[in-house]
Design a protein around this ligand. Structure first.
Ligand SMILES: Nc1nc2c(ncn2[C@@H]2O[C@H](COP(=O)(O)O[C@H]3[C@@H](O)[C@H](n4cnc5c(=O)[nH]c(N)nc54)O[C@@H]3COP(=O)(O)O)[C@@H](O)[C@H]2O)c(=O)[nH]1
Length: 921
């Protein structure tokens, strides 16, 4: 595997989040954060207003400049127009006229105009001649010195009046050119005729129509509201105006700004003014026409010459606004995008930080690999697991050396892992060991996932988990699942597996397998009397003894409690198997030394043989169980082979258990009462309640048969509770029917002590019936008192506190531990009928009965003998000071009514006997 030099940084994609991480991811993350879109200061946000302001300033500047240009252009245009028009009027009209008139005046003989010698015909002739020499000239008019018309070259005499002539005559200077505007819209000119003595002798005049000027002006384009005026300076009058004013008058007016300028010697110029004629605001340009008393005034209405400027300005403003709006939108979008980018950057940073934290806070070691097998990143747990210092760079470490197989051999695990991930598959392995840098070995689980970045497989993300503890646990669990915790022997499931293995084998060899079901006889008594610790020691010892047969037994298993299963392959003969069974019994029944105590246990064994008694494990086990039952039935400490009839017995037990559930509901259970009598008086002092089951098809079933079944399926608890309540109510009913108070005894089941709430049930039954507590007696067995002494002690104390009586049933059959007689303060010992029955014939039984009576009396208890079947026995018991008796000799168990009759008649008889006895005495 190639070991590359440490990559500065590699990308890792985890759950589609890509980020660069190395051994110490911090610097890379910081670097990454720096590479993120810069988060600009808020000044960027005002970019567009600045832009807009700039546009506004530029626009204003542009508009101002273009305004000034427009204005300048207008002025220039007006000025040029003035120049052109002035040239046309001056050089084109007035100057030629003046010159030609002057020529005529000079050529005219002034002597002819001398008044004294006025020679009219000659003058006319001369004037005609002169006029013909100047054909361009309009008709000429010769005026006298004082302005009166003398001759005209036009047809008919024409009169022209020059208002200034009188003024000229008064002046001593030689007069000059005169102008007069005529009523028929003519401009008349007059030049003086001077004689040789430099005296004024007359005037040569002509006139030109002003319409020509008007037409000239009309050709000039000055916009909608432009104006063109030819004005006379002195007096200030309008000569020609384009457009023409309504009417024909040529208004004279007071000097305006232009006249003021002229007065100041400015013969041309431009200025803004509001027209006094039409109130339009215009840019006016004026120019004096040569040296003549005329000025040309041209005016552009500002609205006209600025129209284009207005339009372009409006367009420019609209354009600017558009640009501003667009830039605002653009800027807003830009800002939004920037915000988004900033938020994304922040989120990215947060995610990276989160992932970094996650990566490092994950308990499991995680690292990345590229396809060269080089570690691209790792978390702190990983570095710790490898046993390196926190700053170790795993990218330069050969990882393969850390992985070995269960045998300690180095493997190509990393290569296999990468190959699988390269296929896009996940990799899993939990059978490898991991060796850290300190050579410590642990069992690991390794998982690898494809690391995808930008839809490209770039390597693997690998997780490691220390599973040493889990594997140990699994082994422990597996061991526990197949072994018995107490003895360490295989359990039922182990045995089953083993049986199936053996079965295949023996079938091939045409052999058999025997399944031995072993149960210790009366083991419960050991547990109850000596305690669980002793019970466990016995179970251990039995296991050990069974294992001593391991050469002859394939497997010894413990099923639970005091039950063992043994598998015996039967290549051997039947005799050998029976010998083995006998040997096991002999071995087990050897006395066991438990600390200071010696105990003896005996086994009962049921045997079933494959395939004779079952083809599979379960059916074989069932058969062995039935055989065991039979061995128990046949007196214990023996073995029995399964027989077909056993199946029927087992089935009956099962049927009983099932039907018992319905028996209580269907009222098939009932109670009989057996009288208990005071032996000395013969008086009925009590009754033992005995349960009966009238089966719908089978008739009466003995409690000796169904009570164990009821205990086996737990039905004994509801049945006992029902019985307790019924008995209490019955006792009260009897009292109402005239029966003297007596004690009713009820048998208690061990299960009531263990699982039920006996005290509560008794309390309730007494409360419901009203029976005084001292008239109820609970019959307990020795084994009950030996169970869990603390708990039993509590129950007994609470029962005693209620006031109920307690007796110990079947006394003498158990361990007859005298300590509990003292501890539990019972009231009565009930001598087991097995001793009572033999009392007349068997000295041992008589001795036992006597000891029990003596024991009872020494503890201040009463003794009652049960199973008294004849008077001889009763006599012996009386002689032995037994207090009470119960048995067929007096009465069997009776129905409630029969018991009432028996009791009432007994009351009567005994009271007579008492009376008799008292009479005798
Ligand atoms: N937990 C409970 N156990 C109960 C209850 N009812 C009965 N039992 C137990 O069932 C066993 C069999 O009882 P049963 O068939 O009723 O036999 C009792 C008597 O009928 C019988 N007895 C009485 N006198 C004589 C006699 O002179 N000879 C003779 N052969 N038998 C006689 O003895 C049984 C009473 O035994 P004990 O309880 O030990 O006093 C039996 O173990 C019952 O205890 C129940 O409600 N709950």
């Amino acid at each position: 595997m190639q070991q590359a030099s440490a990559p500065a940084q590699q990308d890792i994609a985890m759950n589609s989040i890509h980020f660069p991480v190395t051994l110490d991811a911090g610097p890379q993350l910081r670097q990454l954060a720096d590479q993120q879109p810069d988060i600009r200061p808020p000044s960027k946000a005002v970019l567009w207003p600045v832009l807009c302001l700039s546009i506004a300033v530029l626009l204003a500047g542009f508009l101002l400049i273009s305004y000034m240009q427009t204005e300048r252009q207008a002025k220039t245009d007006l000025h040029n127009l003035n120049l052109t028009l002035e040239s046309r009027l001056n050089a084109g009209l007035l100057q030629p006229l003046q010159m030609q008139l002057n020529s005529v005046a000079q050529m005219l003989d002034p002597a002819l105009l001398d008044k004294s010698q006025l020679q009219q015909e000659q003058l006319r002739q001369q004037l005609q001649n002169l006029a013909s020499r100047f054909p361009e000239l309009p008709p000429l008019i010769l005026l006298s010195k004082y302005g009166s018309a003398l001759f005209s070259t036009a047809a008919g005499n024409q009169a022209l009046y020059f208002s200034q002539i009188p003024l000229q005559i008064q002046q001593h200077n030689l007069p000059g050119l005169l102008f007069e505007q005529t009523a028929d819209n003519q401009l008349a000119l007059a030049v003086p005729v001077i004689n040789h003595q430099r005296e004024l002798t007359g005037w040569i005049a002509t006139s030109v129509p002003l319409d020509t000027v008007q037409q000239l002006f009309a050709q000039v384009e000055l916009g909608k509201a432009g104006v063109l005026t030819l004005r006379r300076i002195d007096p200030p009058t309008t000569v020609v105006r384009q457009p023409q004013l309504p009417g024909t008058q040529t208004p004279s007016y007071a000097a305006d700004l232009i006249d003021q300028q002229l007065a100041q010697g400015h013969n041309e110029g431009a200025l803004f003014m509001q027209s006094r004629v039409d109130a339009v605001k215009r840019l006016y340009s004026y120019k004096r026409v040569g040296a003549y008393p005329f000025i040309l005034v041209t005016g552009y209405a500002t609205a006209d010459y600025l129209a284009e400027w207005y339009l372009s300005s409006a367009l420019a403003v609209i354009l600017s606004l558009l640009i501003c709006a667009l830039s605002a939108i653009f800027s807003r979008r830009l800002q939004k995008t920037r915000h988004k980018e900033q938020r994304s950057a922040r989120e990215l940073k947060a995610k990276e930080e989160y992932i970094r934290l996650l990566l490092h806070s994950v308990g499991h070691p995680i690292f990345g690999l590229n396809f060269q097998g080089v570690c691209t990143f790792s978390n702190q747990s990983c570095v710790r697991l490898f046993g390196y210092t926190a700053d170790t760079d795993l990218s330069s470490t050969a990882l393969d050396k850390h992985f070995v197989d269960p045998q300690g051999k180095h493997t190509d695990l990393i290569t296999r892992l990468l190959n699988q991930v390269h296929q896009g598959e996940e990799f899993y392995c939990d059978d490898h060991r991991f060796i850290d840098a300190r050579q410590q070995q642990i069992q690991i689980e390794i998982r690898a996932y494809p690391n995808v970045k930008n839809q490209q497989l770039i390597g693997a993300v690998v997780t490691l988990q220390d599973i040493s503890e889990r594997k140990d646990q699994e082994q422990r669990i597996s061991y526990m699942a197949y072994h018995d915790a107490l003895t360490g022997l295989p359990n039922r499931w182990f045995l089953k597996d083993r049986f199936e293995q053996l079965m295949a084998d023996t079938e091939r060899k045409n052999g058999h397998i025997a399944l031995l079901y072993l149960d210790l006889d009366n083991f419960k008594n050991i547990n109850d009397s000596l305690g669980h610790y002793a019970g466990d020691a016995v179970l251990h010892a039995v296991a050990k003894r069974l294992l001593s047969f391991k050469k002859r037994i394939d497997t010894v298993a413990r099923l639970g409690g005091d039950e063992y299963l043994l598998l015996v392959p039967m290549a051997q003969q039947h005799e050998q198997l029976t010998q083995l069974l006998q040997d096991i019994i002999t071995e087990i029944q050897q006395p066991l030394q438990l600390e200071a105590q010696q105990v003896a246990v005996t086994p009962s064994i049921g045997v079933a043989v494959h395939v004779l008694h079952g083809t599979d494990f379960e059916s074989l086990l069932k058969a062995a169980d039935m055989a065991l039952y039979k061995a128990k039935e046949d007196g214990r400490n023996t073995y029995r082979f399964y027989h077909n009839t056993m199946g029927e017995q087992g089935l009956r037990r099962l049927t009983l258990q099932t039907e018992l559930r319905q028996a209580l509901v269907k009222q098939q259970l009932f109670i009989q009462y057996q009288p208990q009598l005071d032996l000395r008086t013969g008086r009925v002092v009590g009754a033992e309640a005995l349960l009966r089951w009238r089966h719908p098809t089978e008739g009466l079933i003995s409690p000796a048969e169904f009570i164990p079944a009821a205990e086996a399926n737990g039905m004994i608890i509801p049945i006992s509770n029902w019985l307790l309540r019924t008995v209490c109510q019955q006792a009260m009913a009897w009292r109402k029917q005239g029966m003297a108070p007596l004690v009713v005894a009820v048998n208690c089941s061990a299960l009531q002590f263990r699982q039920g709430d006996l005290v509560a049930e008794v309390t309730q039954a007494l409360a419901d019936s009203g029976l005084p507590a001292h008239l109820l007696e609970l019959e307990l067995t020795e084994s009950m008192l030996l169970q869990d002494s603390e708990r039993v002690m509590q129950i007994i104390s609470r029962l005693k506190a209620l006031g109920v009586k307690l007796s110990i049933d079947d006394f003498g059959t158990g361990y007859s531990n005298m300590a509990y007689l003292k501890r539990f303060a019972v009231d009565k010992l009930k001598i087991d009928q097995s001793f009572v029955k033999g009392i007349a014939r068997n000295a041992d039984d008589e001795a036992i009965v006597q000891s029990i009576i003596t024991l009872a009396h020494s503890f201040n208890l009463k003794a009652i003998a049960e199973g008294v079947e004849d008077y001889a026995t009763a006599d012996i018991l009386l002689a032995r000071s037994c207090d009470e008796v119960q048995g067929y000799c007096y009465a069997k168990a009776l129905d409630p009514d029969a018991f009432l009759d028996f009791s009432l008649s007994n009351q009567k008889t005994t009271s007579q006997v008492v009376q008799l006895k008292s009479g005798q005495s």
